[in-house]
Write a protein that binds this ligand. Structure first.
Ligand SMILES: NC(=O)c1ccc[n+]([C@@H]2O[C@H](COP(=O)([O-])OP(=O)(O)OC[C@H]3O[C@@H](n4cnc5c(N)ncnc54)[C@H](O)[C@@H]3O)[C@@H](O)[C@H]2O)c1
Length: 271
C-alpha cells in the first residue's frame, strides 16, 4: 500500500463534498487520500480515528443505528458523493457482519438520499464473495424487504448463518441493494453502483484467509498477486466520477480477471 499517489488523480471532485465510510484503514483510507489530492471536501466516518487531514471526521459505529443517525446529523448540508466502504470480514460474529455490511450501509444511505445533489453518486463496496447473488435472490430480497434497521436485525436473528455465509450473504445483499437504490434514485439524478474486489492487501485480508480458506490462495495464484488498496480506490472514484452519467445500478468486479477464469472453465473451485 503506498501512502503517496503514483499518479496525480484527474477525477472531477474539486470542492465536491464526499462522505467516505471506513476511511481509517485500507481501501477507504486510500480513497480519502486520493480525494484530498483531488481537492475534494472529505467527510470521513469510521469507528477508528482517521490519520488524514480530512475536512470532518465523525466517529461512527455502523453496527449501532443510534450512532449512524447521530453521524448523519453531525454532517450539515448537502453532499455530492457517498462512498460506503466500511466493512467487517466473516471472522466476526455473523450478526455484526450483517449490521455493518448491510443494515448500517442501507440506513446511512437512506438518511443521505434527500441530501445528495443531482449528478451525484453513491458507490458501495461489495466483493466477489457476493457474486452468487442471483442464486440467493429470494433470500436477499426478503432481508431487503425489511423496512428498517431493527426489523432487519430481527430477520437476521430468525435466519442464523455461520460467519463465512454471513459475509457472502452480506455482499450479495450489497449488490442487490445497489440495484434497487440505483433504480429508485435515477429520477433524482443520483447514480448508485457497487464495486466488487477480489483479495486486497489490507489489514482484513488475514481474516478473509482464515474464514474463506484455500480459495483465496487460488485467486492470488491465478491473478499473480492480491490487489492493492490503490487498485480498488481508483475504480471506486472512477465509478463515482460525475462524468460517468450512464453507469447506474451495476456491479463492477475488480479482481484482476479471476472470475473470467471461472466462466471460461479454466479455473475450477476446489482446484
Ligand atoms: N481486503 C479484501 O480482500 C477485500 C475484498 C473484497 C471486499 N472488501 C471490502 O472492502 C471494504 C474495505 O475493507 P478493507 O479491505 O479496506 O479493510 P480494512 O479493515 O482495512 O478497512 C475496513 C474499515 O472499516 C471500518 N469499520 C469496520 N467496522 C466498522 C464499524 N462497525 N463502524 C465503522 N467503521 C467500521 C474499520 O475501522 C476500517 O477502517 C470492506 O467492505 C470489505 O468487506 C475487502
Amino acid at each position: 500500500m503506498s501512502s503517496t499517489s503514483a499518479t496525480t488523480p484527474h477525477f472531477a471532485f474539486r470542492d465536491k463534498r464526499v462522505v467516505v465510510t471506513g476511511a481509517a484503514s485500507g481501501i477507504g483510507r486510500r480513497v480519502a487520500e486520493l480525494l484530498l489530492e483531488a481537492d475534494a471536501k472529505v467527510i470521513a466516518l469510521d469507528r477508528n480515528a482517521v490519520d488524514l487531514p480530512v475536512n470532518q471526521f465523525v466517529r461512527t459505529n455502523m453496527a449501532d443505528p443510534a450512532s449512524i443517525e447521530a453521524a448523519a446529523k453531525a454532517i450539515v448540508g448537502e453532499i455530492d458523493v457517498l462512498l460506503n466502504i466500511a466493512g467487517v470480514p466473516g471472522t466476526v460474529e455473523p450478526e455484526t457482519t450483517m449490521r455493518v455490511n448491510v443494515l448500517g450501509l442501507r440506513m446511512l444511505t437512506e438518511l443521505f438520499v434527500p441530501r445528495i445533489n443531482r449528478g451525484g453518486a453513491i458507490t458501495n463496496v461489495a466483493s466477489i464473495a457476493g457474486a452468487q447473488w442471483q442464486a440467493h435472490l429470494d433470500e436477499v430480497q426478503r432481508l431487503l424487504a425489511t423496512p428498517d434497521y431493527d426489523t432487519g436485525v430481527a430477520w437476521v436473528r430468525d435466519h442464523p448463518m455461520d460467519g463465512k455465509r454471513a459475509y457472502d450473504f452480506s455482499k450479495e445483499c450489497v449488490v442487490v441493494l445497489t440495484k434497487q437504490h440505483g433504480r429508485f434514485l435515477r429520477e433524482h439524478g443520483v447514480r448508485v453502483n457497487s464495486v466488487s474486489p477480489g483479495p486486497v492487501h489490507t489489514p482484513i485480508l488475514k481474516d478473509f484467509r482464515a474464514s474463506v480458506g484455500p480459495i483465496l490462495d487460488l485467486v492470488t495464484r491465478e491473478t499473480g498477486r492480491d490487489a492493492t488498496a490503490d487498485d480498488i480506490a481508483r475504480v471506486l472514484l472512477f465509478v463515482s466520477d460525475p462524468v460517468l452519467q450512464w453507469l447506474n445500478a451495476t456491479d463492477v468486479q475488480v479482481d484482476g480477471g479471476f472470475m473470467s477464469g471461472l466462466v471460461g472453465g479454466w479455473v475450477k473451485l476446489g482446484s
